[in-house]
Design a protein around this ligand. Sequence first.
Ligand SMILES: Cc1ncc(COP(=O)(O)O)c(C=O)c1O
Length: 360
Amino acid sequence: MSRIHNFSAGPAVLPESVIQEAQQALWNFQDTGLGLVEMSHRSKVFEAVAASATERLGRLLGVGDTHHILFLQGGASSQFFMVPMNLLRGGTASYVDTGVWSAKAIKEAQRFGTVDVPFSSKSAGYDRVPMAGSWEDRVPSDAVYVHYTSNNTVAGTQFPYVPDLAVPMVVDASSDILSRTWDAAAHDIIYAGAQKNLGPSGLTLVAVKKDLVDRFDPDLPTMLRYGTHIAKDSMFNTPPTFPIYVVERVCKWIEDNGGLPAMEARNRAQAAKVYAAIDGTDFWCGKTAVDSRSIMNPTFTTGSDELDTTFWKSAAEQGLSGLKGHRSVGGLRASMYNALPDAAVDALVDFMAEFERTHG
Ligand SMILES: Cc1ncc(COP(=O)(O)O)c(C=O)c1O
């Protein structure tokens, strides 16, 4: 069977050239006679892969000099507790509540201190993020940090700006990291599960500002201290070698294909096509406030659960996979990460028009 169009929210589409290269790497990596997943993480060959991944990520994020880049495990979900466990230490942190992921992060942070919520769109079904300038002055001046989710994968909303705050900022960028040019360096901690724009699941990228390190709790269990992983370049224990390799290749693919400006231009053009299809007729209805729309995960509905189900099922039969909305909210969602080809978006828009013609 040939490959189909992949609109999955994650694990998600990766560049075809990277998948092909990875196939070969699994068999015999760089002519060593060993498959990549069969070699020691302490071999010179693998150390070079990890160093290159670190260097490329530092360059792409613009944090190479200011932040430690860590390759951890446990998913972005483990960062929900690792951040407050290391940094909050009984103080107060502000959490912007823009979706289920923020809510999960809040729940974990409450174990380690006081959580203040300067904005929540919960009562509106998380259909929006706060607009710039509307919430920042509610952040207590003694907040240890502010945490926000740059892109709410489930509802399909995204911050169109980097907040401007005097206190340290922590961002969960799991579903829009490396999708656009942004001031990553404005954040003290950036974390992201790899399985959307970066690579396979099993790796969590964490970038920690170097001058934050002294504030971390030194008395935590070894594996839960950022300091442990910083001191050992993410090699205190066996790191997820295959995901690190794929992330390195994906970063190379981004750099070879115009970097973040080119990713952003394509992502915006693709999102514009889908939103134009949603807004073009009364048949479709977007699920989020227009000024909060995500360029990664447009969400929409026909207004009927039954028709939505017919849509994603018949789309799957036509080779358009993963269009079912998140199980907690229903509806439809087209996740369109960096590696999604334009042909997939064109096929989706055509299918939406045809579906409307036959079901409208
Ligand atoms: C924004 C966001 N944060 C956190 C998570 C949880 O990530 P993980 O499954 O890596 O723990 C997800 C997963 O989809 C996500 O989209």
